[in-house]
Ligand binder design. Structure first.
Ligand code: GUN
Ligand code: ZN
Length: 442
């Protein structure tokens, strides 16, 4: 990895959301659309952003300008919940959560005690993120420390901002996938010391979910978080009705599912809970009071038949939310596809999810959910220069539809409904192209 990162100048059509908001209706006023814009990056950060006519004088004569005449450039997509070891088991038939875990997931994850295997899937996974325009992700590894090394090593090759951690799991899983409270603590501590804050990598303490951790192990997680308050907590919460009933049986002294995590000090501004499909009022209030965040994973919730996430409630209760693909229960790495399904999940509840709100959740809102909105999520000067160059029309049908687009909002909505990895023209990480469609980058 070179320490000097070249200056880059990108000219094209830019779209982002300028500020975080408290209500969906405020997003429209924060939309920034620059039809002929210029973005200058230096050392991986945004140095200047604005209209081409205003910025062109700033460019020295020797600088090469990359001009995207026909594309749309948006901030890099942020995936707030995904499992890299489940990449190969996407589309596993027929089960809901608990049976799906036992039948498909655990046997797949056992393979990740092998570093070579973990390396191979980690490389594939990182490439797949880039190919889909995802520049930051909060990632589950497996219980094996080797899986964490494999992922961070693969991410480092592109200087990607990845948050990840070793799974903590000491019961209700095959022996090969179980750690102990003590080994969970020491292995996580070693990994935090090795990876948290190294380059752009960040660490997440990752109890799989309440049913697979004993109270003793959750206490160890609490101890780790107290020792390293800046690391993240990443887990699952209230995804499936049988899961919720099981947690009630396992933790009879706690008020409910979220209360288990809260009791062990695992809620907070750097805590991200995947799913939250079936929270009760007390739990919504606790999410708000602790400034915890939700990863909304529509393709997964539909695929596993988990339920319909009430996105409106996040605005009502002022709870941070981002989008998650939740591969391999989710069915696409692509955030456009994820938004497509998120829209339908809201339709089934009588609600509308606009294109600009979707863009917000996939970029700045996701950054806020990860407590990284001061560094990521839009084109503000000083932020990290992660962005995606989108082709609005990658197929004949998309072309036909885009010719009729009435506005940038309409064009974006059509893209979000029909788009996928074919629409990702290029993905830039830290100011440099890490993926260009049909071009191999070493
Ligand atoms: N709950 C506990 N583990 C998992 C997992 O791997 N995927 C999903 N979707 N939910 C879980
Ligand atoms: Zn998950």
């Amino acid at each position: 990895m070179s320490s000097v990162i070249a200056t880059t100048a990108i000219r094209g059509r830019f779209l982002d959301i300028q500020n975080t908001v408290a209500q969906a209706r405020e997003i429209h006023d924060q939309v920034r659309y620059v039809e002929d814009g210029l973005l200058i990056t230096e050392q991986g950060k945004i140095k200047w952003f604005g209209a081409w006519e205003e910025g062109k004088e700033l460019l020295s004569s020797d600088i090469q300008i990359q001009h995207y005449k026909d594309q749309l450039i948006v901030p890099g997509f942020i995936d707030t919940h995904i499992h890299f070891p489940q990449t190969e088991m996407i589309g596993a038939y027929g089960e809901q959560l608990l049976e799906w875990l036992n039948t498909y997931t655990f046997p797949t994850e056992i393979q990740f005690n092998n570093k070579n295997y973990a390396d191979k899937i980690a490389q594939f996974f990182i490439h797949e993120l880039l190919k889909n325009g995802t520049t930051t992700a909060l990632v589950f590894c497996t219980v094996h420390p080797t899986s964490v090394d494999a992922l961070f090593e693969a991410a480092e090759q592109h200087q990607m901002r990845i948050i990840a951690g070793k799974v903590l799991m000491d019961r209700h899983a095959p022996d090969e996938l179980c750690d102990t409270p003590e080994s969970a603590y020491t292995d996580s501590k070693t990994l935090i010391e090795k990876w948290h804050g190294k380059g752009r990598n960040l660490y997440a303490i990752t109890p799989r979910f309440a049913p697979t951790s004993t109270p003793e192990q959750l206490q160890k997680a609490q101890q780790l978080k107290a020792e390293y308050p800046n690391v993240y907590i990443h887990t699952h919460l209230s995804e499936n009705k049988n899961e919720i009933a099981w947690v009630k049986d396992l933790f009879p002294n706690q008020k409910g599912y979220l209360d288990v995590y809260h009791h062990y000090g695992l809620t907070g501004s750097k805590s991200i809970f995947a799913h939250c499909v079936h929270l009760n009022e007390d739990e919504w209030d606790c999410m708000h009071a602790t400034n915890s965040a939700i990863a909304f994973c529509p393709t997964s919730n539909l695929f596993l038949g988990s339920g319909l996430f009430p996105l409106n409630k996040t605005w009502e209760k002022q709870v941070k939310v981002g989008l998650g693909t939740d591969i391999g229960a989710g069915t696409s790495f692509n955030q456009l596809q994820t938004i497509n399904e998120a829209y339908k999940v809201q339709q089934l509840q009588g609600n509308k999810l606009s294109a600009f709100e979707s863009l917000y959740h996939a970029t700045l809102g996701g950054a806020k959910a990860l407590d990284l909105d001061h560094q990521l999520g839009n084109f503000n000067v000083g932020k990290e220069a992660d962005f995606v160059v989108l082709d609005l029309a990658a197929t004949a049908l998309q072309e036909l539809r885009q010719q009729r687009a009435k506005s940038i909002e309409d064009a974006l909505f059509a893209l979000m409904t029909m788009g996928d990895d074919r629409n990702i023209h290029a993905t830039y990480i830290y100011g440099q192209p890490a993926y260009v469609k049909d071009v191999k980058i070493s």
